[in-house]
Design a protein around this ligand. Structure first.
Ligand code: C2E
Ligand code: MG
Ligand code: MG
Length: 587
């Protein structure tokens, strides 16, 4: 706004050096000296105006705060003439004051705030103007600099992230709401940017270096964006950017690409060169959301999709992402209730001894019979159950159910149950296993617990204690999917497994068959030298059976003999593969 054009009367009022001769002066009646002294000592300044808005009294603190010369205090000038002589009040302040005094005819009190740039430091002055019946007006004048500074400080610190100094999430959401509700949704986009490879910086160089990287990322983003755009830090390594006046989705995608490139340039921290990267997910208003929460949530879905890509990628929100997120939420909600609704069931797959082709045990494999989704395989829901904290309850059910089923089988037939690492680490796993054995009456040595080798890597004292306690119950420990994880041979020796299962990828992969045969041979030989039986998983045909037999595996499991079957079909398999039940089934 052009203040000068709006204020011709103020400029006209400002006298060159002294008061205009055209101004009529009326001597003000003398005040009681005590009253004047009291007013001059008070912390609050006072201005008293008569009906013509001429100054009847202007106390010393008021004169000091507004920059009125002491000699002018009793000049009975019109208030705006007097104030126009202040060297500290600029045109904007004078206009504010003129507006307040001109509008003072009403009985409503008015408060104006003035920024007064005094030579000893800028002050914020509040002037509170009220009507004194019909006799005139009174204005109290306060120095509110300190309380304003406190408020500003509080506002700023409640709104910023202490590490980077960028806005925080709350402030970002407020500003986004202002923009979307202020009719400026079109051309507004939210970009969520998430750093790649940031955790190793914290882990290897320390959190101070990590903080320095975050600050540099904030600075880079800040210098790159235009006026009106806003950068905030949302979470540890997640930043949010509100861009305004952006042409279309193509421009949002190009900007996202440029931001990824910007963050991918190396950073120099404490003499080290650090390379990180970024993913960006973006959502554009109003198409992708008219409410700030929706727009940010959709940018989050786009970011999740970008993260799922192998390298630093950008993704713009698409409605199908929302559909997928909804489906995921429904899946999780149904899974939470599946146990209580009795929707889990166990299927059993026989393990056949190579020596005599007789069944030595069954592996219990979990299925979820979902009314909406049909029979859901465990690979689809086990990791979700782990994420949702459901795995311990589900695992306890599996153990009880499997033991109760197996107790009805011939006494030389074992039952193998898979255990998630989270179950073993939970602290009460031994008790849960003991309970399953008690409730079912199954002998401990007939139960095998299958764990994967990655559990051994966790170097957790409680895992060792649990495995030893299980062994004390007589339970057998089986190392599942061997060859796919990262366990070392020393870890294998440390735990004295009762059986090692060779992962089916080494048995069934048609390519690189020679190398895989060598691995099968090596693991079987290892088993022989450690005195531990080995089971080959995933045997589907005669050639694979011949391979594992030749190479020294002691038992096999696979579709060649049987797929996992419901409990009711176990009896038929026992008839086929158990020596006591059918002599013809054994070699
Ligand atoms: P796993 O313990 O390695 O189980 C063997 C998997 O290989 C089973 O898949 C089985 O059906 C499959 N399989 C067996 N023979 C063949 C074959 O000849 N060819 C092919 N292509 N596949 C074969 P499933 O039942 O889908 O289970 C997958 C995984 O889910 C299991 O792998 C196990 O890690 C996990 N799982 C199953 N039940 C449970 C459970 O109760 N608790 C936990 N924590 N995990 C479980
Ligand atoms: Mg298994
Ligand atoms: Mg396995």
């Amino acid at each position: 706004m052009d203040h000068d054009a709006a204020l011709p009367f103020v400029r006209a009022l400002r006298p060159a050096a002294s008061a205009s001769p055209a101004i009529r002066r009326k001597p003000a009646p003398e005040l009681d000296p005590l009253l004047r002294a009291a007013l001059d000592c008070a912390r609050t300044g006072l201005i008293v105006l008569d009906r013509d808005k001429r100054v009847r009294l202007l106390s010393r603190p008021a004169a000091d705060l507004l920059g009125v010369h002491p000699e002018q205090r009793s000049a009975a000038l019109p208030i705006m003439h007097l104030l126009a002589q202040s060297p500290w009040l600029d045109q904007a302040s004078l206009q504010t004051l003129a507006t307040a005094f001109n509008g003072a005819e009403s009985h409503e009190p008015r408060e104006v705030l003035l920024s007064v740039p005094r030579p000893d430091g800028a002050r914020v002055v509040s002037l509170d103007l009220r009507r004194a019946d019909n006799e005139g007006w009174v204005a109290s004048v306060h120095d509110v600099t300190q309380s304003r500074e406190t408020q500003d400080w509080l506002l700023e610190h409640a709104a910023t992230d202490p590490v980077t100094g960028l806005w925080n999430r709350q402030h970002f959401m407020l500003m986004l709401r202002d923009r979307l509700e202020g009719g400026e949704a079109a051309g507004t986009a939210v970009l969520l940017l998430d750093l790649r490879r940031f955790q190793p910086v914290n882990d290897t160089l320390g959190t101070a270096a990590g903080d320095a990287v975050l600050r540099l990322v904030g600075t880079r983003l800040g210098t790159y964006l235009r006026d009106g755009d806003l950068v905030a830090r949302f979470a540890s390594d997640e930043f949010a950017i509100m861009v305004t006046d952006i042409a279309d989705r193509g421009a949002v995608a190009r900007l996202s690409d440029r931001l990824v490139a910007l963050i991918s340039r190396p950073f120099q921290i404490e003499g080290q060169t650090i390379s990180i990267g970024a993913h960006v997910g973006a959502a554009c208003a109003p198409a992708d959301g008219e409410l700030p929460e929706v727009l940010v949530a959709n940018a989050g879905l786009a970011l999740a999709a970008a993260r799922a890509e192998a390298r630093g990628q950008i993704r713009l929100f698409e409605p199908k992402m929302d559909a997928r997120a909804r489906e995921r939420r429904a899946f999780e909600s149904d899974l939470r209730q599946a146990l209580a609704r009795g929707e889990f069931e166990l299927h059993y797959q026989p393990q056949i001894a190579v020596r005599n082709h007789c069944v030595s045990g069954f592996e219990a494999l979990l299925r979820w019979r979902s009314p909406e989704r049909g029979l859901v395989p465990p690979d689809t829901f086990i990791s979700t159950a782990e994420d949702l904290g459901l795995i311990n309850d589900i695992g306890a059910w599996v153990l009880r159910e499997a033991c109760c089923e197996a107790v009805n089988w011939p006494k030389d037939i074992n039952i193998a149950v898979n255990a998630s690492p989270l179950q073993v680490e939970s602290g009460d796993f031994t008790e849960i296993v003991a309970q399953a054995l008690r409730v079912s009456g199954l002998a401990g040595h007939r139960l095998e617990i299958e764990i994967t080798e990655n559990l051994l890597l966790r170097d957790n004292a409680s895992v060792t204690t649990t495995l030893l306690a299980l062994r004390a119950l007589g339970v057998h420990l089986v190392l599942d999917d061997f060859g796919t994880g990262y366990a070392s041979l020393s870890q294998l020796a440390r735990f004295h497994f009762d059986r090692i299962k060779i992962d089916r990828s080494f048995i069934s992969a048609p390519d690189a068959a020679a190398e895989h045969a060598a691995i099968v041979r090596a693991i079987a030989a290892l088993g022989i030298s450690l005195g531990v039986p080995t089971t080959a998983e995933g045997v589907e045909n005669e050639a694979q059976l011949a391979l594992v037999c030749e190479n020294g595996c002691t038992s096999v499991q696979g579709y060649y003999f049987s797929k996992p079957v419901p409990a009711a079909a176990v009896a038929a398999l026992l008839e086929r593969f158990h020596p006591d039940m059918a002599e013809a089934g054994c070699v």
